[in-house]
Design a protein around this ligand. Structure first.
Ligand code: HEM
Length: 495
């Protein structure tokens, strides 16, 4: 079959009116090759961003155009950006990371706070730098700290101990839980957010994240050069010094042979595994600052995402009581009297696996992949995408398209029974060689937590919930999507 995509190494396409003296015109004019790509409303995009609308509302705005054309353009922050759901182009972008590198924070916001905090890391880098980071981070995700998931599942039940037939706001509870899990699993630090949500480490972390996700700095990226964010910088410096201290202590522990012992007993955290990988003469190494940047990005990549996923699953189970019962029956059948599943038992939780997948399809915590730009001109159908045009792949759109999924708005876990879907129609964890490193981490964490909660509690949606007709979603500028506050009723089970 003839492909709709071809690559060009030509400057000809950019040679139209090169001497234009009007900079604004140059910035806003549509490149010739994109003239026939449908245009989305700038006003709607900005309004949705400022109001932190969920991807469902954004999909409503663009759905008709994207279902028809699979590609659309919008003007944002001084350039034309493409939003794509066409599976052929999606596959090209996902499988050719060297042709379509990610746009790093350093390129978009060179001296900004966000760059200072996340720096160069495995999520944002490209090419050989990414390969170096991935080589060190990969092994860390092979020996997952299952004991940490179990420890915090028990802690969660302790925190919920007195609850019976009461409302619990699950979004914030799941965020508290996953922050604790990630701090412990990533670098052995207990944020203690489950027991003491207002302690200094938690508030510092939340304040930093709050500062970094203020939408105004994404829309007007030059703003912080005009009004320096002194207070925010201090907060980032405080968190960075916590991470730096931990990296330094672990490096010393490595020299004393303590880390090898932990790795041998399968109790090492991700950072310890990375420090070990750095000491392998076969591997390129990461500096302490690079290790710190990776910790910061793991916290971002793994905290909100898993928390939102757990919250939306609990919502789905609360309104689909038949599914909740089926998941619970499976838990009892597979686990017997155990509170949490062993590795072997987890593989047997097949229905729960389908529920997790279907939840991630319906409510992907990352609604669109990070921006990429092609290094060459790309001919796609009758369009020519100029090199360096930012491209966004809409995960939400792909997973809610009726071209890819039958009855896409319905919750049907059984659709994953035979895993027949096209690989690129399910991108909750990204794809290709840049797919999520934490997929197993998150799946195992979710399974352990769901086992602990569901065997003890029946979960229901309050009759007066704002979510009673439809789950109300919101987005954060850090790129994750989840529900608005979500109180659910937890009734202790008696059988
Ligand atoms: C439900 C939970 C999660 C979801 C939905 C999710 C989603 C994603 C997605 C969509 C990407 C690809 C981004 C892109 O290519 O633009 C990604 C990459 C990544 N994720 Fe996750 N993630 C989750 C949990 C985690 C966890 C728990 C961790 C770590 C503790 C993690 C670490 C990473 C890393 C390191 C990458 C970058 C991989 C690379 O580029 O080489 N994620 N994730």
């Amino acid at each position: 079959m003839r492909s709709d995509i071809q690559y060009y190494n030509t400057d000809q396409l950019h040679a139209e009116s090169p001497k234009s003296s009007l900079k604004i015109y140059q910035k806003t004019r549509v490149p010739k090759g994109l003239k026939n790509v449908p245009t989305l409303s700038f006003f709607k995009i900005v309004t949705r961003l400022l109001s932190k609308s969920g991807p469902d509302k954004r999909w409503e705005d663009v759905h008709e155009i994207l279902e028809k054309d699979g590609i659309a353009k919008f003007w944002f922050n001084g350039e034309w950006v493409l939003l794509v759901t066409d599976l052929e182009l999606v596959k090209d972008v996902v499988t050719k990371p060297d042709l379509y590198p990610k746009i790093s924070f350093e390129e978009v916001f060179p001296r900004a706070l966000i760059t200072k905090y996340y720096g160069t890391n495995v999520v944002m880098s490209n090419g050989d730098v990414w390969r170096r980071h991935r080589r060190i981070t990969n092994p860390a995700f092979r020996n997952l700290p299952i004991h940490v998931f179990v420890e915090y599942a028990i802690k969660l039940l302790d925190v919920m101990e007195k609850v019976d037939n009461e409302h619990i706001e699950v979004k914030s509870l799941m965020h508290r839980l996953t922050l604790d899990v990630l701090g412990k699993a990533a670098f052995g630090f207990d944020f203690n957010n489950l027991e003491k949500p207002n302690n200094v480490y938690v508030t510092t972390y939340n304040e930093v994240l709050g500062e970094l996700s203020k939408p105004i700095y994404f829309i007007l990226s030059y703003l912080e050069y005009i009004c320096p964010r002194t207070e925010a910088y201090k907060k980032v410096a405080k968190l960075n010094s916590l991470y730096d201290g931990i990296v330094e202590n672990k490096r010393q522990a490595m020299e004393m042979g303590e880390i090898d012992k932990k790795i041998n007993s399968n109790s090492a955290d991700l950072l310890e595994n990375m420090i070990k990988a750095c000491s392998d003469p076969e591997n390129p190494t990461l500096t302490s600052t690079e290790l710190r940047h990776n910790i910061a990005i793991f916290m971002l990549a793994g905290h909100d995402t898993t928390a939102n996923s757990l919250a939306t699953i609990l919502y789905l189970l609360s309104i689909h009581k038949d599914v909740q019962k089926k998941v619970r029956d499976e838990i009892f059948r597979v686990l017997g009297d155990s509170l949490t599943p062993s590795m072997e038992q987890q593989k047997e939780l097949k229905f729960m696996n389908m529920v997790i997948n279907e939840n991630l399809r319906l409510y992907p915590p990352v609604a669109q992949l990070l921006r990429r730009y092609p290094l060459q001109d790309i001919k796609f159908r009758n369009h020519v995408i100029p090199a360096k045009t930012p491209i966004l792949l809409s995960i939400y759109g792909i997973q809610h398209s009726s071209k890819n999924w039958e009855d896409p708005e319905r919750f049907i876990p059984e659709r994953f029974e035979n895993e027949k879907h096209d690989h690129y129609t399910l991108l909750s964890f990204g794809g290709g060689s840049r797919a999520c490193l934490g997929t197993n981490f998150s799946f195992i964490e979710q399974k352990i937590i769901l086992c602990a909660i569901l065997r003890k509690y029946e979960v229901s949606l309050p009759a007066d919930s704002i979510h009673k007709d439809q789950l109300q979603l919101t987005s954060s500028s850090s790129g994750t999507t989840g529900p608005h506050k979500l109180p659910l009723i937890f009734k202790r089970r008696t059988e």
